[in-house]
Write a protein that binds this ligand. Structure first.
Ligand SMILES: [Zn+2]
Ligand SMILES: [Zn+2]
Length: 360
């Protein structure tokens, strides 16, 4: 039997009335559509997010008041930029093209991959990582990154703050945000075991590490430098890594776009306190967060789900295929559901981009 742990003291579990209020009375989601989402799960470990953090939840109305991007469609800062920090061999684990394709379908926004402008080299004598960076005016400089190193496991972790400051100086003018992806292990404070990512500068730059998302690795819950390689069927490996990285990246970009942690349903935007909890969370947004995304980008619910379904079929995300098929069927039978008018130009642009990026 799964262990049942209490929510953190003072956390108020939302009741049906609270959930409806959070969604907004004017939302036209049918009850059947809402019922296709699971309720907020109870914590099962002391480390679970809601066993430790008293989240208040962000209602749709609060999002409208808080998010700087709402009603700002004319802004020239419209692209999400991704960049890799170096030509690390391990990056071949990640299928960046597929990750971009998914993120684009998920947010219905154009994602651009910024060519490599940084590279990391290990300084064996100093046991630190050095970043060689090409700045906007093409000058090249070396920056020593704060690094911690353990000689027994020979594992190193890079402090995120230096890197985020470097990213801030390289933010393209038309970027809504710049997200760096790496397979280096990261930390923020000495007390951290690790951090999966962090954003800076009014949500404009962020860095995420997929190092701990590799299913072949097993990590100590006590020491940052302690990990080992375990055996796993290689056939499943790329699917698991892709699924985990799609989940992490969309959760984090969700934050960059102004969507806070969710307490209303089992949802992509639920906070997670540890890797196990992260891996158990849904890949998709609950109705409340879906409504927030609709405010930010103009999309048709059925078309968006169909695009995500194609991706999940192509990449064998089995559970997600069933969820999406069910929701598409509900929406197709539902005449009351909001159907947003598509912006044709944007749609065309997105299709072209998807074609270009698709890699078989
Ligand atoms: Zn989060
Ligand atoms: Zn949610």
């Amino acid at each position: 039997m799964t262990k049942r742990i209490s929510f953190v003291r003072g956390f108020r579990v939302p009741k049906e009335k609270d959930i409806n209020e959070a969604l907004g009375n004017d939302a036209s989601f049918s009850n059947e559509f809402k019922r296709s989402f699971n309720s907020l799960p109870h914590p099962t470990s002391d480390l679970d997010w809601l066993a430790n953090y008293k989240e208040k939840g962000q209602t749709y109305k609060r999002f409208l008041n808080q998010c700087p991007f709402v009603n700002n469609n004319s802004s020239s800062q419209k692209y999400i930029y991704l960049t890799l920090l170096d030509n690390d061999n391990r990056l071949s684990l990640l299928n960046i093209d597929r990750l971009i394709d998914y993120t684009q379908k998920f947010f219905q926004m154009e994602i651009k991959l910024l060519p490599l402008f940084t590279n990391f080299n290990w300084n064996e004598k100093k046991k630190t990582w050095i970043c060689t960076m090409k700045s906007k005016n093409d000058s090249i400089k070396d920056i020593t990154l704060r690094t911690r190193y353990n000689s027994t496991s020979e594992h190193s972790q890079i402090c995120v703050h230096n890197i985020l400051n470097l990213l801030k100086t390289s933010l393209p003018n038309d970027a809504r945000c710049l997200v760096a992806i790496t397979l280096h292990d990261l930390y923020s404070d000495e007390s951290d075991l690790f951090i999966a990512g962090l954003c800076y500068g009014n949500r404009s730059v962020a860095i995420f590490s997929f190092f701990r998302y590799d299913p072949r690795l097993e990590f100590s819950e006590e020491f940052w430098y302690d990990w080992k390689i375990k055996k796993i069927k290689t056939k499943l490996m790329s699917t698991i890594i892709l699924l985990r990285s799609c989940r992490l990246l969309t959760h984090e970009i969700g934050h960059l776009l102004g969507i806070d942690h969710c307490i209303y349903y089992a949802c992509l935007m639920n906070g997670s306190g540890h890797l196990e909890e992260d891996f158990s969370q849904p890949l998709f947004l609950c109705p409340i967060d879906l409504r927030k995304l609709l405010q930010l980008t103009n999309f048709d619910f059925i078309e968006r789900y169909e695009q995500l379904l194609d991706f999940c079929i192509e990449n064998q995300f089995k559970d997600e295929i069933n969820i999406l098929k069910k929701r598409i069927e509900i929406l197709k039978n539902d005449k009351t559901m909001i159907q947003t008018k598509k912006n044709k130009d944007f749609d065309y642009e997105l299709q072209q981009k998807s074609k270009r990026l698709k890699k078989k």
